[in-house]
Design a protein around this ligand. Structure first.
Ligand code: PEP
Length: 250
């Protein structure tokens, strides 16, 4: 059975003190009985303290990026081994901000996916079309290409470490949400695409999250779709009440 997951991508927000405050609020408000895997992704510098802070709580910690190389002369970069050494074994890859602002290509993302998997890390693999792709009715093609070029080189056994996060770029941080029908239609297409390439067992078991302006007031409707297994949350993950309300909306 696939997992229900709510992951909060904090992006470049929250210094050390603010990180601790938000984690304390989440600890206080987390539902004790839940079958939802809750994940938070603070910035690199606060990952180790977040892992320590959440040691006895059912909230997991993810990194927002990883470098593809094992080590070496890559000033300013962080390796998978470094993340693992502070207790982080989940990483977000392929986020639209990494693709657009930092010029990450499908080939680079594929490389990062391989490195993360070699280190037994779980990958939250983000992908999604831009507005122009949807307007030109090319969105299914774009999504299929991103999956094929960034992810489909992996082996069948690696799917146990993959979470898919469909994030239409036009809905990220814009307040514009895809309609529940658009979300279900695309998630069904994604699952079908996985099925065609890797078989029914993998397709039925992979969690597919939706991301793009999920808020407490639209989460329930989005999550009620049969092929939506949770959400990747940006802005609303920075407020504990909103984030927990989204966790409770599944
Ligand atoms: C994101 O950046 O992954 C995201 C979904 O952001 P927001 O929820 O703010 O649209």
């Amino acid at each position: 059975m696939r997992k229900k997951i709510v992951a909060g991508n904090w992006k470049m927000n929250k210094n050390a003190e603010q990180t601790e405050d938000l984690l304390n609020e989440l600890i206080e408000k987390m539902p004790t009985e839940t079958d939802v895997q809750v994940i938070v992704a603070p910035t690199f510098v606060n990952l180790a303290s977040a892992v320590d802070h959440l040691e006895f709580i059912n909230i997991d910690v993810a990194a927002q990026n990883v470098h593809q190389a094992e080590s070496g002369a890559f000033t300013g970069e962080i390796s998978a081994d470094m993340l693992k050494s502070v207790g982080v074994d989940i990483v977000i890859l392929g986020h639209s901000e990494r693709r657009a602002i930092f010029n990450e290509t499908d080939a680079l993302i594929a490389n990062k996916v391989s490195t993360a998997l070699e280190h037994d890390m779980t990958v939250i693999f983000c992908f999604g079309e831009e507005l122009k792709d949807r307007q030109s009715k090319n969105h299914f093609n774009v999504v299929e290409n991103q999956l094929r070029d960034g992810l489909f080189h992996i082996e069948a056994k690696d799917w146990a470490y993959i979470v898919l996060a469909y994030e239409p770029v036009w809905a990220i941080g814009t307040g514009e949400t895809a309609s529940p029908e658009q979300v279900q239609e695309m998630h069904e297409f994604i699952r079908e695409t996985v099925r065609k390439n890797f078989g029914a067992d993998i397709a039925d078991n992979v969690s597919i999250l939706y991301g793009g302006s999920v808020k407490p007031d639209n989460a329930k409707e989005i999550f009620s779709n049969p092929d939506v297994d949770g959400g990747l949350i940006g802005g609303a993950a920075l407020k504990s009440d909103d984030f927990i309300a989204i966790v409770n909306a599944i």
